[in-house]
Design a protein around this ligand. Structure first.
Ligand code: FAD
Length: 473
């Protein structure tokens, strides 16, 4: 008998519980991908994620074909597509790996019920998380809102599934509609603004495994010391692969833990703990599904965010604020679809504190420009830096972007890489070039003369606003 395997954010063949369930059940799997962004509510995938997905789907289809199968692609409502296909291919079952975004959870629940009513076997599996969001509650029976106790409890009960390599061959099923060519979805940008992404990343399962191997052979050994340095490749850069499900998080953890004893365990544990933040983000999104839009901390309901000025917003988006570390980060994002975590915090702090825009402004821009844009992680990140979230940086803790820049990019190498117009400035002036206006005007005439929001004034205004909602230090 046949079974549809509905691929979503799990674009891989190894460690794929839904595919495995089909094979273990003696079914011939029919791999399917359905493009239905309108079913994702206000958070349909952004442009950078779609550009990645185009390549990831191509890679998945190639891997399936190498094994005798292939991916069928549709652009239509999910339920209707699955029903029609199941009828046309005589499929008895539909299997998929779960997603946890509120709109998708709702859709999937309805799809499962409808398929079952039709007499089909419909089952979903965990293909994305170390611990699913509803598995952990605190002693009072409530969801966790603080990371450390969450992770302590999660780490204590973590049991990683055993690794399953991709099947060597897959049966070929020819019945039923074959679907569309990938290009018909129009996911790849026509104008090629994504060229810089592929200098850094290789979408697909092979690229994901290669990134893991490179990290395991190198940076993991010094992860805790290097992870805050945007001028070094000190992190794994696995986030887009994880978002698209090209690798299972338990394979990452197991691979690192199996490294020879010469690899420092503390570094590996530190890295796995960072994967724990992703778990925490999914926990929060599941239990507080309103948080992509609204503050988790109700104190901020009446916070006096500044009104958006189009010019200022454009300056932030395109890396023209006059604060070099902010501008470098925003340009890295635009060029590569990714930004270093430390710099995400710095650009976010400048937006939410100095410029005092609602964190949603930042979250929306990241949503469209990040190749790893992920509703759970992005919401957690923005609520954290905005000071409105769970276990957040308190609002009054306002990053000084100059101090951050000097500390984490001490040789101004990251600034140099992304801000070529500062190349002629002495390195130690690059962190705060406005402090020597005549040198700036002479050696970097194309760079803004001063920050769009003065650092001291912005900080004072943010603290005053915070006082108005009853915040103190
Ligand atoms: P590594 O340091 O190698 O970490 C390994 C993995 O752990 C990451 O791939 C990621 O899956 C997870 N992880 C690490 N740090 C965090 C974190 N703070 N929160 C959640 N998961 C984490 N991450 C996204 O994947 N998608 C987003 O949309 C996103 N938006 C963010 C927005 C803001 C404002 C901030 C401050 C952070 C955001 N992050 C987001 C978290 C983090 O910046 C990225 O996961 C990280 O930079 C990815 O690089 P890496 O894979 O090299 O990280």
């Amino acid at each position: 008998a046949n079974a549809i395997v509905w691929f979503r954010n799990d674009l891989r063949l190894a460690d794929h519980p839904a595919l495995q369930a089909a094979l273990d059940g003696g079914y011939a799997p029919i791999p399917v991908y359905i493009h239905a962004p309108e079913e994702e509510g206000d958070w349909a995938p952004g442009a950078a994620v779609l550009a990645w997905r185009h390549r990831s789907l191509a890679a998945l289809d190639a891997e399936l074909r190498r094994r005798g199968s292939r991916l069928r692609i549709f652009h239509a409502p999910s339920l209707q597509t699955l029903q029609t296909l199941a009828a046309a291919c005589d499929a008895e079952a539909v299997f998929w790996n779960r997603r946890y975004e509120p709109a998708i959870e709702k859709r999937d629940t309805a799809v499962k019920a409808a398929l079952r009513r039709q007499g089909l076997r419909a089952e979903s599996f965990n293909g994305a998380l170390l611990i699913e969001p509803w598995k952990l509650l605190n002693k009072q029976g409530d969801p966790y809102k603080v990371f450390t106790p969450f992770w302590r409890s999660a780490a204590a009960q973590l049991s990683l599934p055993s690794l399953r390599d991709a099947p060597a061959t897959l049966p070929r099923v020819d019945d039923g509609p074959h679907g569309l060519p990938l290009d018909a979805l129009g996911l790849a940008p026509a104008l090629g603004w994504d060229a810089g992404f592929w200098e850094r990343f290789e979408p697909g399962e092979t690229g994901a495994q290669a990134a893991l191997q490179a990290f395991a052979a190198g940076a993991v050994g010094e992860y805790l010391d290097e992870r805050d340095r945007p001028d070094h490749a000190g992190t794994s850069r696995l986030s887009p692969h994880l978002h698209h499900g090209e690798i299972a998080p338990w394979r990452i953890a197991a691979t690192l833990r199996a490294l020879p004893p010469s690899a420092p365990q503390a570094q590996i544990d530190g890295y796995v703990r960072q994967l724990g933040w992703r778990e925490f983000a999914y926990h929060l999104l599941h239990h507080f599904p309103h948080t992509p839009e609204q503050n988790l901390n109700p104190r901020f309901a009446d916070f006096p965010w500044a009104r958006v000025d189009e010019r200022l917003r454009e300056a932030w988006r395109h890396g023209r604020t006059g604060v070099p570390i902010v501008d470098a980060g925003m340009r890295e994002l635009w060029h590569t679809g990714w930004m270093h975590n430390r710099v995400r915090m710095i650009v976010g702090s400048y937006l939410c504190k100095h410029i005092r825009y609602h964190w949603r402004e930042g979250a929306r821009w990241f949503w469209d420009t990040l190749v790893d844009a992920d509703l759970a992680n992005n919401t957690l990140g923005w609520q954290w830096i905005g000071g409105t979230g769970a276990d957040a940086a308190p609002y009054f803790r306002i990053f000084n972007p100059v101090t951050q820049s000097e500390k984490f990019d001490p040789d101004a190498a990251y600034l140099g890489r992304w801000l070529p117009e500062l190349a002629r400035l002495p390195k130690d002036l690059r962190h705060a070039p406005w402090t020597q206006p005549s040198t700036l005007a002479r050696l970097a005439p194309d760079y803004p003369r001063r920050p769009v929001v003065d650092l001291a004034q912005g900080r004072e205004a943010a603290l005053a606003a915070y006082k108005r909602v009853g915040g103190d230090r």
